[in-house]
Design a protein. Structure first.
Lengths: 509, 915
C-alpha cells in the first residue's frame, strides 16, 4: 500500500478540523506568528529555515528593521550582515532583510490558508454548528486584520511586494507584484471592511485584535499615506485617532518604566495598551521577541538579575544622538531617559564592544517590585510588547493637527502633557501650544516611543532617515554621514528576485 | 551440429558419440577440457579449478554475472584488498580501494560513520549516499536511530566482499534509490564439504591524538588580554593549561571474533561472535558491540532447492561524550587551571555565555544509548524440475532495531538558576522486505548465444517510531508526543542479457517503482538501463595480440531519487505546537496549529548516466586495469530551495528544481608484480578525476541567483559556500584579501570587485571548492613465505578547506570583548594577522587542502601448524599526512574545519588462531 497518511499527531487538513478547537488553535498560530518562531519552545520545528531560528522571529526582525537602522539603536554582534543595518549599507543579499521579508510573507500565507479553511463552503461541508460559526466569523475578521498588519509592514519596508490572497493556491507559483499605492488601497479596504465585523474595542480576549486595533492601524496608515501614495490623509488620522482616544483607553498613574516590565499586563499600565504581543517565560518561549529585547541590551557592568535574566547578550546600545534628545541627557528630569552609563562611553569609537555607547534599560523581566518573571532560569521573559498604545495615538493626533488634518491645538497639547506629566512626575515638563512643531513631535515620539519599533517609519515620514539626518555610524562612519534616499525603502531580497520573475527590484538597488 | 547433456549430482553422465567427435567438459568455475572420443566405453575426466574465473563471479542486483561478462561499471573488492587495522565501521575497509568511490570518515569518534560518495553524489539537498544492500536486503538510507553509524551492525570481520555498482546501467535495476550508486555487501557463509573450523581473531589497539588546534598559550594570551581598555587582571589565572590536552585520552580498544564453521554435503553453517570495545580519544567516549552472526545454507532436492538464512543480532552500545567540550577546550582561558585550590572545578559562575570547563562537562554529562538490532534474511533459490534453466528466487528480510537511551546533563555551572537536564529516548526502526524473481538462463545454440532473463517484484516498507521524555522544569519531566513515520516502495523489475559468441554482450534492465512519498499522479516511474560489451580478445584479429584480455563496454541508464527525508511532502499536513510554544489568549495559553508547506506535484528526481569503459589485461592478466568515463546529469532535482515569497507555507520548500552535471574518468590498475611460491607482490592503484557542477538552480533565469550554503561559526547566519549555476556545489564564497607590501593582510581590505569604492556583499566571489578534482588510492601487498607486509596510501588533490577556528577566533576581539567578565582564548593566527575583529569571509582562511595520507601499514607473520595456524600482525593506522593545510586535518567532508573531533593515530596488535 503506497497511500500512506501521517500516523502521529500530524493530521491532514480534513482530519484536523474534525476537532472544533482546531480553528482557535490555528488562529493562535497567526498571533504566534509575531511572537514565536516555531512549534517548539524556545526553538526546534521552526517556521522558517533560511536563518537561525531565534533570529527569524517576526518581532525580533521587525524591531531590527525599525530600530537598528536609526539613531536609537546600534548592535555590536558579528552575525552575518547585521551591522549593515545601522550603517545603512545593506544590499539585496542581506539575510536579515531577506528573513524579515520571508517572515512577512509566511504570515500572509498563514492567514490566507486560515481564510481558505474557514469559507462558508468548507464550514458547511464539515457541518460546523452555528455557535462555532459565529466565533469563526470573529476569527476571520481578526485573521484579516493580522494580514493587513503584515501587509502594512511589507508596504512600509519593501514598498512594491508580491501580492497573494486567499484566492491563490498553495504551491510553487510566482505571485504578481503589487505597487505600493495599490497595496495601500488594499490594506485600507480590508481594514474598513472588518471595522464593524471585528469585536468592539476593549471587548475581546487579551492578546486578540479588536476594533480599537483596527482604528489604530488605520491611523498609522493614514499618517504615512503621503509616503506610500503621495496623497496626504491627515484628516482621516484625526478621525481615527479620535475613535481610539474615545474608546476608553487611559494613561495610568504608574511611572513610565512600568509599561515595559514583566507584569505589564496587570500592573495598571495595561489600560493604555491597544495591542499587546503577549509573552510568557514558561509558555511562550523563543529566542526572538522579548527574550531578545531583554537580553541583548544587557552587558558591560550591568547586573543581569536587575533585569530578571541570567545574563546579558551584550549587543544593543544607543547613539549619542538619541541621548541628546533629552535635556540634561543621562541626567534628565524626564523619566523616560532610561540610560545605563556605568562603564559605558556616550561616544562610540568602535561598534563591536558593548561599552561603546550608552546602554538602555527599557524592557525588563522583573515586576514593579523587582521580582523576576515566571521562568526561574532567567532565560525567557514574561514582558509583553506594546505594539500599539494610547500614547502613540495622542502623538499621531498632535502630528496630524500640525500637518493640517484638523482637530484642535488644545486637545493636542492636553494629550502630550498627559505623557509629559507621567514622564516628569509633575507638570515641570509641560509644553504650550507654541511648542507644537513638527520637530518637537519627531523628538517627542522618539522620547516616548523609543525602541518600540516606530523610529524608522517616523524618520522617513519626516524626511530624516537617509539623505537628511546624521547620527553616529550612519553610513558606516563614526561621526555619521547621509545616505542616498533610495534607502527609505528596503531592497526586495535577491533570492526572491532570482526566483520570482514577476518582481522588479526597488529603485537604487 | 552438437549435442549436449548434463551430469547428475555424482557426476555420472551418458552421451552418444562416435569416434573423432570432440567432447567438451565444462563446469562453472573450472577450466574447460576438450577430449577427442576414440571409442572408450567410459571417459572419466577431472576438471581443474579455474581460480581466476571463480573469483570473478560478481553480484549484480537480483542475480550475478562474471567479471568477464559484466557490461556495467561494477567493481568487486574482496577480503584480501581490505584496509587493515582495528576497523569498527565496515565502510572503512573500502577507503581508497575503488576508483570513483570516496569514503571520508566523519570524525575520529569510535565507531563513527563516514560519508560515502560514488562518483560524487548525484543530488543537491536530497540524499547523496549510495544504497547499501546487505545479503539482498536494502538498508534504510536514513540509517537507524540512536547509533553512530548504522553500518556498524555489519561486522567487518564477517564481510566476504563488497560489490560497487557505479554506473546507471548497473544500478538502474535498483531504480528510485540508485542515483548515487549501490554497494552490495555479501557476508561470509561457509561452504559445503568442509571440516569444522574454529577461528579466533583479536585486534587490540591503542590510539591517541597527535595534533591540537593551535591556540594561544598562557603568555601569548595574557599579552593580548592586557591590551584590553578595560583590562581586569583579576579575571586571569596563573596557570598555563593546554585545555585540549586535558580532554583527550589514550584510547584502548579490542575486537574479538570467534568463528565456527562447518560444511556437510547438503548443509553448511557459520557462526560468529563478535565483541568490540573501542574508547574514543575524547575522554568518556565509548563504542561497544556484541554481535552474533549466524548463517545456514541447506540444499535439498538434489541441489535444486537452496535455502539460505542469515541472521545478525547486534547490541550496539554507545556512550557519547559531550562534543561541546572540544569547542570549550579551544575557547578556554589558558591561564586558568582545571581545578580550584579546593579541588572543585574552575568555572565562570554567573557568566551565562562563558564556556563551561570542558573537563567538568566530560565528567558530568552522560549520554548512553543501546540499540538492539536484528537483521535477518531468508533466501530461497529453486530450480524447476521440468526446466532446469528456470529458477525462482525469493528473498524475505527484516531489519529491526530498538533504541533505548538516556542522557543526563548537569546544571550549567555558569548559571546558578539552571537545573540538570534529563532525557529518556527510545524508539524503533523496522524495515521489511519481500522480493522474488524468476531467472531463466540458457544457451541458444541457433544463434550461438547465451541468454539470461530475470523478472521480479519487490515490496519494502520502512517504519520509524521515536519517543522522548525530557526535563521541562527543575522538577518535572514531560512526555513528548511520539513521532511516527512510515513509507513504502513497490517495484517491478526485469533484465535480459545476451552473450553472443562470447564476443558481444548486451544487457537491458527495466524497473518500475512506486513510492508513498509522492502523490497518486506522480507516484510511479520507470527506470531503464542498457549496456553493451565487446570482448575484443575473443575476436580473431586480436587473438594473439599482446593483450591477454580486452573488453570495451558502454552503458546508459536512468535512475531516480526519492530520499528527501519528509514522508508527506506532497500532502498538506498540520502540526500542533507544544505547550512551551503556546500563546496567551485571554487568561489561557492556547496551543497552536500550523499548516506545513507542501508541493502536491512533488515527483522523482531523475538521473541519466552514460558510461564508456575499457577493461584490459596484459602478460596473461598479471597486469589488469579498467578505465571508465562517465557523464551524468540529474534533472528535476529534489532540492530544498527558497520558495517564491507568499506562494507556500515556509521560506524553503523541497521541490523539483534545477539540475546538476557531473563527469569523470576513473582508472584502476592491478599488477601482480611478483608471483612465485615464496614471494608475491601485488600493487593496486586507482585514480579518479571528477567534476561536478550545478547547471540550473531556479525556476527563473537569473544566472546570478545563488543560495547560500555552508553555515559557519562566528556570529549567526553566516555562510561560506554557495550554490550557483555553473559552479561546483561545494564552492566557497569569499572576499579576496588585500595584502600590504610586506605580505601581511590588511584588515578589512578586500578586492573591490565591482569598483564602487565600497566593500559590500557584491564584492564576494565564488572561489575554490571543497571537493577534490582528483583523488587516488594505492594498495601494496607483499608476501614472502609466511611474512606479509601491506600498506595503503590515499590522496586527494584540488580540494580546499576553510579554517573556521582561525576565522572565528583569530582576532583580538575574541579575547577582549567577551559578553561577560572573562577572557576567551584566540586562535594563534591572530599573532600573524593582528586582526582586531572577525574577518570571516576573507579568503585568507581558505587554504589548499591537498593531502596524501598513509592510511595504514601492516606487517604480519603466519605460523602454520598441523592443527593450529597462528598469525600475528602489527598495524598502524592514520600514520602520516602530507599536506600544506595548517589546520587540524585536511580531510573534512564539507570543507569547513570547526571543532573537529580529531582522527587519532592507532596502533593495533592482531592475533589470529585457526584450528
Amino acid at each position: 500500500n503506497l497511500d500512506l497518511q501521517p500516523e502521529d499527531n500530524r493530521l491532514t487538513a480534513d482530519a484536523v478540523f474534525e476537532d472544533p478547537a482546531a480553528y482557535k488553535a490555528f488562529l493562535a498560530k497567526i498571533y504566534a506568528g509575531i511572537s514565536l518562531s516555531g512549534q517548539q519552545g524556545p526553538a526546534g520545528d521552526a517556521d522558517l529555515s533560511g536563518l537561525d531560528e531565534g533570529f527569524s522571529n517576526y518581532l525580533r526582525l521587525y524591531w531590527k528593521m525599525q530600530e537598528l537602522t536609526t539613531d536609537e539603536a546600534i548592535i555590536g554582534w558579528n552575525d552575518g550582515t547585521i551591522k549593515d543595518l545601522h550603517a545603512q549599507t545593506w544590499t539585496s543579499g542581506n539575510e536579515f532583510i531577506r528573513t524579515m521579508y520571508s517572515r512577512l510573507f509566511y504570515q500572509v500565507a498563514l492567514t490566507n490558508e486560515f481564510l481558505r479553511q474557514t469559507t462558508d463552503a468548507k464550514l458547511d461541508a464539515r457541518g460546523v454548528d452555528a455557535a462555532l460559526r459565529a466565533e469563526i466569523q470573529d476569527y476571520r475578521a481578526e485573521a484579516r486584520f493580522m494580514r493587513a498588519l503584515t501587509y502594512w509592514h511589507a508596504m512600509d519596508l519593501f514598498a512594491n511586494v508580491p501580492f497573494v490572497t486567499e484566492n491563490d493556491p498553495i504551491g510553487a507559483f510566482l505571485p504578481p507584484q503589487i505597487q505600493r499605492a495599490d497595496l495601500f488601497d488594499y490594506v485600507e479596504s480590508e481594514l474598513l471592511a472588518i471595522e464593524n465585523e471585528i469585536v468592539p474595542a476593549r471587548q475581546n480576549e487579551y492578546g486578540r485584535a479588536d476594533q480599537g486595533v483596527v482604528w489604530m492601524l488605520l491611523s498609522k496608515l493614514y499618517l504615512n499615506a503621503e509616503v506610500y501614495t503621495t496623497t496626504p490623509r491627515y484628516s482621516d488620522v484625526i478621525t481615527y485617532t479620535n475613535k481610539v482616544i474615545g474608546a476608553g483607553y487611559s494613561i495610568s498613574t504608574n511611572p513610565y518604566y512600568h509599561l515595559f516590565l514583566a507584569d505589564n499586563n496587570t500592573n495598571g499600565t495595561q489600560t493604555e495598551v491597544i495591542f499587546p504581543i503577549a509573552f510568557d517565560g514558561l509558555n511562550t518561549q523563543s529566542f526572538g521577541g522579548m527574550t531578545f529585547l531583554v537580553h541583548a541590551p544587557v552587558g558591560g557592568s550591568m547586573t543581569p538579575s536587575n533585569y530578571g535574566i541570567n545574563g546579558g547578550w551584550a549587543g544593543v546600545r544607543t547613539t549619542a544622538t538619541f541621548v541628546e534628545q533629552f535635556p540634561g541627557e543621562e541626567n534628565s528630569a524626564d523619566g523616560r531617559a532610561l540610560f545605563y552609563t556605568d562603564g559605558q562611553t556616550k561616544a562610540i569609537a568602535n561598534v563591536s564592544p558593548f561599552t561603546n555607547g550608552f546602554a538602555i534599560e527599557k524592557f525588563r523581566n522583573v515586576d514593579v517590585n523587582g521580582v523576576q518573571g515566571s521562568d526561574s532560569t532567567g532565560d525567557f521573559a514574561d514582558t509583553d510588547f506594546p505594539m500599539f498604545r494610547l500614547a502613540d495615538a495622542y502623538l499621531m493626533y498632535a502630528e496630524a493637527y500640525i500637518r493640517g488634518g484638523g482637530g484642535s491645538a488644545a486637545n493636542a497639547v492636553t494629550y502630550i502633557n498627559q505623557l509629559r506629566v507621567r514622564a516628569y512626575g509633575n507638570s515641570t515638563g509641560n509644553i504650550t501650544q507654541s511648542d507644537l512643531t513638527l520637530n518637537f513631535i519627531l523628538s517627542e515620539r522618539s522620547r516616548e516611543l523609543f525602541w518600540e519599533a516606530h523610529r524608522r517609519t517616523d524618520l522617513i515620514r519626516f524626511g530624516q532617515f537617509s539623505s537628511q539626518g546624521i547620527w553616529p555610524w550612519k553610513g558606516n562612519v563614526a561621526q555619521g554621514v547621509t545616505t542616498e534616499s533610495f534607502r527609505d525603502v528596503m531592497p526586495i531580497p535577491a533570492t526572491d528576485l532570482g526566483i520570482n520573475t514577476n518582481l522588479q527590484q526597488n529603485e537604487g538597488y | 551440429t552438437s549435442v549436449g547433456t548434463t551430469s547428475d549430482f555424482d557426476g555420472n553422465y551418458t552421451i552418444s558419440a562416435k569416434s573423432g567427435d570432440v567432447i567438451v567438459f565444462s563446469y562453472v568455475g573450472f577450466k574447460t577440457q576438450e577430449i577427442t572420443y576414440n571409442g572408450q566405453s567410459k571417459l572419466n575426466v577431472t576438471l581443474t579449478e579455474d581460480a581466476a574465473q571463480l573469483d570473478e563471479i560478481v553480484l549484480i542486483g537480483y542475480g550475478s554475472t562474471t567479471k568477464q561478462d559484466a557490461t556495467g561499471a561494477v567493481e568487486k573488492i574482496s577480503t584480501e584488498e581490505f584496509n587493515k587495522g582495528a576497523i569498527v565501521s565496515p565502510e572503512q575497509l573500502l577507503a581508497g580501494k575503488s576508483a570513483g568511490v570516496r569514503v571520508t570518515s566523519n570524525n575520529g569518534a569510535p565507531g563513527g560513520g563516514s560519508e560515502i560518495r560514488i562518483r560524487g553524489g548525484a543530488s543537491l539537498s536530497a540524499n547523496n549516499s549510495p544504497l547499501i544492500v546487505v545479503d539482498g536486503l536494502p538498508l534504510d538510507q536514513r540509517g537507524v536511530q540512536g547509533v553512530r553509524n548504522q553500518l556498524n551492525a555489519i561486522n567487518p570481520n564477517d564481510i566476504e566482499d563488497f560489490v560497487v555498482l557505479k554506473d546507471a546501467s548497473a544500478t538502474a535495476i535498483y531504480g528510485s534509490r540508485a542515483s548515487n550508486g549501490v554497494i552490495l555487501i555479501t557476508t561470509k557463509k561457509g561452504s559445503a564439504n568442509t571440516p569444522i573450523k574454529f577461528e579466533y581473531d583479536l585486534k587490540a589497539s591503542s590510539s591517541q591524538v597527535n595534533d591540537y588546534v593551535d591556540v594561544l598559550d598562557a603568555t601569548q594570551f595574557r599579552a593580548i588580554a592586557e591590551t584590553d581598555t578595560n583590562y581586569n587582571a583579576s579575571l586571569l589565572g596563573n596557570s598555563n593549561t593546554n585545555w585540549q590536552k586535558e580532554i583527550y585520552q589514550t584510547a584502548i580498544g579490542a575486537i574479538h571474533n570467534l568463528t565456527v564453521s562447518k560444511g556437510y554435503e547438503n548443509f553448511n553453517y557459520r557462526i560468529n561472535y563478535n565483541h568490540t570495545s573501542q574508547q574514543g580519544v575524547l575522554t568518556g567516549d565509548l563504542y561497544e558491540r556484541n554481535a552474533l552472526n549466524l548463517s545456514f545454507v541447506q540444499r535439498l532436492l538434489n541441489n535444486d532447492l537452496k535455502l539460505t538464512l542469515t541472521t545478525k543480532g547486534i547490541l550496539d552500545d554507545n556512550k557519547y561524550a559531550d562534543n561541546g567540550a572540544i569547542g570549550a577546550a579551544v575557547a578556554f582561558d589558558p591561564t586558568q587551571s582545571v581545578y580550584n585550590a579546593d579541588g572543585t572545578y574552575f568555572q565562570y559562575t554567573g557568566e551565562n555565555l562563558a564556556p563551561i570547563n570542558p573537563v567538568f562537562t566530560l565528567e558530568n554529562n552522560n549520554n548512553r544509548a543501546r540499540n538492539k538490532r536484528n537483521i535477518t534474511n531468508f533466501n530461497l533459490d529453486y530450480k524447476f524440475w521440468f526446466l532446469k534453466e528456470l529458477t525462482f528466487n525469493l528473498n524475505a528480510g527484516i531489519d529491526y532495531s530498538e533504541l533505548n537511551g538516556k542522557q543526563f546533563n548537569a546544571a550549567r555551572p555558569t548559571n546558578s538558576a539552571s537545573f540538570p537536564y534529563k532525557n529518556f529516548y527510545s524508539g524503533f526502526n523496522r524495515n521489511t522486505l519481500l522480493d522474488f524473481y524468476f531467472n531463466y538462463k540458457n544457451n541458444l545454440e541457433l544463434i550461438n548465444a547465451k541468454i539470461d532473463l530475470t523478472a521480479g517484484h519487490s515490496y519494502q516498507e520502512f517504519f520509524i517510531k521515536s519517543k522522548q521524555t525530557e526535563t521541562e522544569t527543575a522538577t518535572t519531566l514531560v512526555v513528548r508526543t511520539p513521532v511516527i513515520n512510515r513509507n513504502a516502495l513497490e517495484s517491478y523489475f526485469a533484465r535480459v542479457s545476451f552473450d553472443i559468441a562470447d564476443k558481444y554482450l548486451i544487457s537491458a534492465s527495466y524497473r518500475r517503482d512506486g513510492s508513498s512519498r509522492f502523490g497518486p499522479k506522480n507516484r510511479w516511474s520507470s527506470f531503464p538501463g542498457v549496456s553493451v560489451g565487446w570482448k575484443l580478445t575473443n575476436e580473431d584479429f586480436l587473438k594473439d595480440s599482446f593483450f591477454s584480455s580486452l573488453k570495451l563496454r558502454a552503458g546508459w541508464g536512468k535512475t531516480g531519487q526519492q530520499e528527501i527525508g519528509a514522508n508527506y511532502g506532497y500532502l498538506g499536513v498540520y502540526t500542533p505546537g507544544r505547550n512551551d510554544a503556546s500563546v496567551q489568549i485571554g487568561d489561557i495559553f492556547v496551543n497552536t496549529l500550523r499548516p506545513e508547506e507542501f508541493d502536491e506535484n512533488l515527483k522523482w528526481e531523475e538521473t541519466s548516466q552514460y558510461n564508456l569503459a575499457l577493461d584490459f589485461g596484459f602478460f596473461n592478466d598479471r597486469l589488469t586495469g579498467t578505465v571508465d568515463a562517465y557523464y551524468r546529469e540529474t534533472e528535476d532535482l529534489l532540492a530544498t530551495v527558497p520558495t517564491p515569497a507568499g506562494s507556500n507555507l515556509s521560506d524553503l520548500l523541497t521541490t523539483n528544481v534545477g539540475s546538476v552535471l557531473s563527469k569523470g574518468i576513473e582508472l584502476s590498475l592491478n599488477g601482480e608484480l611478483a608471483k612465485s611460491e615464496n614471494f608475491n607482490w601485488d600493487l593496486g592503484v586507482n585514480v579518479t578525476l571528477q567534476e561536478n557542477k550545478i547547471t540550473k538552480l531556479s525556476l527563473g533565469n537569473d544566472p546570478n541567483f545563488l543560495i547560500a550554503q555552508g553555515g559557519i561559526s562566528g556570529g549567526v547566519g553566516n555562510n561560506i559556500q554557495l550554490w550557483r549555476e555553473g559552479l561546483d556545489p561545494s564552492t566557497f564564497y569569499v572576499f579576496r584579501q588585500v595584502y600590504d607590501n610586506a605580505g601581511n593582510p590588511i584588515e578589512g581590505a578586500y578586492v573591490d570587485v565591482n569598483g564602487d569604492n565600497q566593500i559590500t556583499e557584491a564584492d564576494k566571489q565564488a572561489y575554490k571548492k571543497a571537493s577534490p578534482d582528483v583523488f587516488a588510492g594505492l594498495t601494496n601487498t607483499l608476501t614472502y613465505k609466511n611474512l606479509d607486509f601491506s600498506f595503503t596510501f590515499r590522496g586527494s588533490f584540488g580540494n580546499y578547506m576553510y579554517n573556521n577556528v582561525a576565522s572565528d577566533r583569530g582576532n583580538i576581539t575574541t579575547v577582549n570583548n567577551a559578553p561577560g567578565n572573562y577572557y576567551p582564548n584566540a586562535h594563534v593566527s591572530v599573532l600573524s594577522t593582528n586582526f582586531n575583529n572577525q574577518n570571516l569571509f576573507s579568503d585568507l582562511y581558505l587554504q589548499r587542502a591537498d593531502f596524501v595520507k598513509l592510511d595504514n601499514i601492516s606487517i604480519g607473520y603466519l605460523v602454520p601448524g598441523e592443527k593450529i595456524t597462528f598469525r600475528a600482525s602489527l598495524t598502524a593506522t592514520n600514520v602520516l599526512t602530507i599536506t600544506k593545510y595548517d589546520g587540524l586535518d585536511p580531510e573534512i567532508s564539507n570543507g569547513i574545519d570547526n571543532n573537529f573531533y580529531p582522527r587519532p593515530q592507532m596502533y593495533v596488535l592482531g592475533l589470529n588462531f585457526t584450528f
